[in-house]
Design a protein around this ligand. Sequence first.
Ligand code: G16
Length: 544
Amino acid sequence: MSIQKVSTRPFKDQRPGTSGLRKKVTTFQQPHYLENFIQSIFDVIGEIKGKTIVLGGDGRFHNKEALQIIIKMAAANGIGRTMVGLGGILSTPAASCVIRKHNLLGGIILSASHNPGGPKGDFGVKYNVENGGPSPGHVTESFYRRSLEINTYCFFDAPDVDLEQLGENRIGDMVVEIFDSVADYAGLMERLFDFDRMKELFSSGKFSMVYDGMNAVTGPYARAIFEGRLGAPLGTVINGDPLPDFGGIHPDPNLKHARELVEIMNSENAPDFGAASDGDGDRNMILGRRFFVTPSDSLAILAANADLVPGYSGGLSGIARSMPTSMAADRVAEALGIQCYETPTGWKFFGNLLDAGKVTLCGEESFGTGSDHMREKDGLWAVLFWLNLLAAKEEPVKKIVQDHWRKFGRNFYSRHDYEGLEPDSANGLMDHLRESLTCLMGKYFGNYEVEIADDFSYTDPVDGSLSTGQGIRIIFRGASRIVFRLSGTGTEGAILRVYLERYEIDTERQDQDTQEALSDLIIIANNIAQIHTRTGRDMPSVIT
Ligand code: G16
């Protein structure tokens, strides 16, 4: 066993996107590709000698091979201890939980989140810092800069570690600890939520639930919590085994991809409550019987009812939402007399607000919700929060949501995604929008008058850092909006996201179909952005 210095040459495409470096599996399988990026991380995160990191992934194809490489690189770079999730499995929220609980230097998570897996699917690497959250933009930018100049990496030539056995192993001076990440995570959930009340709900026999693990990372966590600690019947968790190709499922918990769950929840004898999580366990989808809760509404409803949940009954310090997320949470914040912060897309922007104690709850339209209990969005946490509300209120999901609309008004909301676009035409469309901004101000589209048209920029209230170019906002008088931005997580071509929102205070008109309620805005969005002319597309690929 010995440390080797391996010669390498830079790859030019290792700039992380919204959430880490995401590429096709085949890109990561190129010789030295993964190694270069990992060495770039080790080179720029500061003093690492003797420190402890956590490591694991969502179980997707290439996870185990990549873990063995990273373990050997960690040993060669002088890391003192690497904690690895049993079987190589570690959800993104569990990584955040472990980093915070054990005061670690940070963690490496192997995941392409909600993107498809398998040999032809996607792979990814994220580095989370010592507060448990994603690396801030200036840190990921330094990984990228380093990756452009790297010429060697360090590797410990040693046998593979058995990831399936709990306990300690050694590579050179580094201890490799295989640990049970489910226990730490489940313990944290028990401290936040009323497990006794939820147990009663399940044992009452009057309540049923189905949770779709989408054959991704949350299965073991969900089984341990719902079927283990809460006594839900076996079978409550479906698709609960993490598989390298997710069993062919696209592990994105939305109405299109969580097809099995949606069918169950729309069926004659649908359970009372349905939920799903994504590849790495940080996203969530919440469903009632034949009823979908938008992530934006979910954030607002959790905030409005937080006093019913033990971990949050002391009150909220503030709420944060990403800019494209609907403004439903703003109305709750106003009613509670607390601040609602509007940040760019990406969980990393919530980190400073959480660390400074300015916000308790955060959420994004992209099926992400979380709180100050960690520094990542947390899929199972959101499901447990809803379960706790259902147990406390003893009302159906649909009634809870409709009552919320009656009280605060409804923000009709939908996102239209145009996937796999030619990057040139997608960039051309965005450039055209940017150039049109000044002409749009004050312009009428039917009854809609443009009040603000800008390219969103954000000054972090904690460290003063400025992020520009974060999405085109067309805001109409009366709080309706259209937002355009390009995704930072796709791996094939470009993805245009169009976010549509209309506020409805009239209680008689709050139960309309969402797409119908937004139909005028959909036409206006197409006209302003010239979507059809510039992309050739008549219809979005995914509507959520
Ligand atoms: C990541 C980020 C989220 C972001 C989402 C969408 O989610 O962590 O904060 O909202 O991407 O990004 P985009 O619209 O750029 O594709 P995940 O679940 O993929 O890590």
